[in-house]
Design a protein around this ligand. Structure first.
Ligand code: MCA
Ligand code: AMP
Length: 508
């Protein structure tokens, strides 16, 4: 048996001298370098006690070494667990307790604090900094480059990515080697990636979009990428003449459109612009086409399922839709209550099934069971319809989720923090249209009688508890929250009442 996913990358690998990535600080890493250095990292993991099936939790800045660590984890047969670099210590504490990693890799600057959290669950800690150095890199540098990939079958776990639930705790989505391999293979074909492609990679690598969709596609195609530490619109435009493809969240496209240097000429070498992770406004799609002559290709996925649908490569890329189910993916619109399929054109729950769909939530069999139908379809929590031409439209969310700049924010998590404050009676956190982030996290708060708690007090209390991107952009105080006859807070009423607070010119 081979290593299922890394074996698939090996199968598509070009000559060792071919470029895999060029970084924004001018470094070039070839496929040969990648093989050798990920082999060294894999030895270092094994030496740190990592055995097949062990979790390797990683909270580091985006560097080529961080990507090598992902590949090393695959090759060592471990389960890669990437964590947003913005997560605070209380957030990390939960993930460590739940996943029980064998090893934690973190930024040297955070090592003191993280080490004790890791030790409390029996995990060792190694470091990897934003300069690619640290105890893990030091150890790897002493290892030989040839590593015999640990055999892993299609159903073995390759990664766990945490995704928050509507209620309660974050859930670890277990992704198998075949979940990732099958999806990457389909995307390479569907989007026509080949060895001559050059992707501008400006996404973080702790989520599905940047880690799997972008990176796995490039590795599977034997292509190369500009590996950018951060998204910088002016820099992305300067790279367009040497690139062929860009993958981004809608905020990327909104910000690129604000650059005067974005012109048809600047984009003339590019063959493909892809958007996902959040809805791309038809307005953005149309403005992009007008400015560059390119129709952005929008696709739809989830942490639990990888990519489900995509607009066509050839044929009409229809604004405001997410296209058709990808080859191998079955998609249906069902009655949210009983799962019965609905007629074409009706709005219901989007449900999917296929080799892309995850193996379940880590150590949560009941939650896993609750999110699948008996015939194996996964209940996405997204509401949609299929139009007369077969295009899938996402029309809303059955789940109480805010997507800000492509990051998912679950209101419950923020409400719990705000409700715990002494001067607060209750709160409701909602997403309100925001010109830059798509949706802006907004807190509506009811004070306790006599309390003078302010927006600044709320912000100060959350700082250090929740990652920055989850912090409300505005805190609004009201006398009471609107409720229906069942006593449930009517978030739709709040969203309507505050829909203009971030309107262009007023954005906070
Ligand atoms: C940064 N900030 C944010 C966000 N990002 N606030 C709300 N929402 C955000 N997304 C805040 C920072 O805390 C900071 O606050 C200020 O904005 C500027 O921070 P900076 O780091 O400079 O931000 P940025 O570089 O401008 O980041 C914006 C971004 C970034 C480039 C859009 O958020 C990003 O890379 N998003 C991509 C997320 C992603 O990869 N999602 C894919 C998930 P202050 O000024 O107060 O300090 S995978 C997925 O969804 C599925 C599977 C799929 O289909 O792909
Ligand atoms: P996550 O699993 O945290 O990465 O988020 C997945 C969710 O992002 C989906 O369930 C959708 O609600 C949303 N999403 C992803 N792509 C799109 C898209 N193209 N249009 C609208 N929503 C999207």
């Amino acid at each position: 048996m081979t290593n299922h996913l890394f074996g698939a990358f090996r199968a598509g690998m070009p000559a060792p001298g071919r470029l895999l990535m060029e970084t924004d600080d001018g470094r070039s890493i070839s496929y040969g370098d990648m093989l050798e250095r990920s082999g060294q990292f894999a030895h270092a993991l094994t030496q740190a006690g990592v055995r097949p099936g062990d979790r390797v939790a990683v909270q580091v800045e985006k560097t080529p070494e961080a990507l090598l660590l992902y590949l090393a984890s695959l090759r060592a047969g471990a389960v890669f667990l990437p964590l947003n670099a913005a997560y605070t210590l209380p957030e990390l504490d939960y993930f460590f307790r739940d996943a029980e990693p064998r090893l934690v890799v973190c930024d040297p600057e955070k090592a003191m604090d993280i080490q004790s959290l890791a030790a409390s669950v029996g995990a060792a800690t190694l470091t990897l900094g934003r300069d690619g150095r640290g105890t893990l890199a030091d150890r790897a540098a002493l290892q030989p480059g040839d590593f015999a990939d640990v055999a892993r079958g299609p159903d073995d776990l390759a990664a766990i990515l945490y995704t928050s639930g509507t209620t309660g705790r974050s859930k670890g989505a277990m992704l198998s080697h075949e979940n990732l391999a099958s999806n990457a293979r389909v995307l390479v074909e569907h989007w026509r990636f080949g060895a001559d492609d050059v992707l501008i990679h400006a996404l973080p690598i702790f989520h599905t979009h940047g880690l799997f969709v972008a990176t796995n596609v490039i590795l599977m195609a034997g292509a190369s990428m500009f590996f950018e530490q951060k998204f910088d619109p002016a820099r992305v435009i300067s790279l367009l003449p040497r690139a062929t493809a860009l993958m981004g969240v809608p905020t990327f496209y909104v910000r690129l459109l604000q650059q005067g240097s974005l012109t048809k000429e600047a984009a003339s070498h590019m063959r493909l612009f892809i958007s996902g992770s959040a809805p791309l406004l038809a307005e953005t799609h149309n403005a992009w086409r007008e400015r560059t002559g390119h129709a952005i290709l929008e696709r739809y996925g989830m942490t639990e399922t990888n990519m489900n649908t995509s607009n066509p490569y050839d044929g009409e890329r229809r604004a405001g839709t997410v296209g058709f189910p990808l080859p191998g993916v079955s998609l249906r619109i069902a009655d949210p209550e009983d799962g019965k399929p609905l007629a074409q054109g009706e709005i219901g729950m989007i449900e999917v099934k296929g080799p892309n769909v995850f193996a379940g939530y880590w150590r949560m069999p009941e939650k896993t069971k609750a999110e699948f139908r008996d015939d194996g379809f996964f209940i996405t929590g997204d509401l949609g319809l299929i139009d007369a031409d077969g295009y899938v439209h996402i029309v809303g969310r059955g789940k109480d989720l805010i997507i800000s700049g492509g990051y998912n924010v679950y209101p419950k998590e923020i409400e719990s923090e705000i409700d715990a404050l002494a001067g607060v009676s209750e709160s409701a956190v909602i997403g309100v249209a925001h010109p830059d982030f798509g949706e802006g996290v907004t807190a509506v708060v009811v004070r306790k009688p006599g309390s003078t708690i302010s927006a600044a007090d709320v912000a100060a209390a959350i700082a250090g508890r929740l990652a920055k991107y989850k912090h409300p952009k505005q805190v609004i105080f009201v006398d009471e929250l609107p409720r229906n006859t069942m006593g449930k807070v009517q978030k739709n009423v709040l969203r309507e009442a505050y829909k203009d607070i971030y309107a262009t010119g007023k954005a906070g």
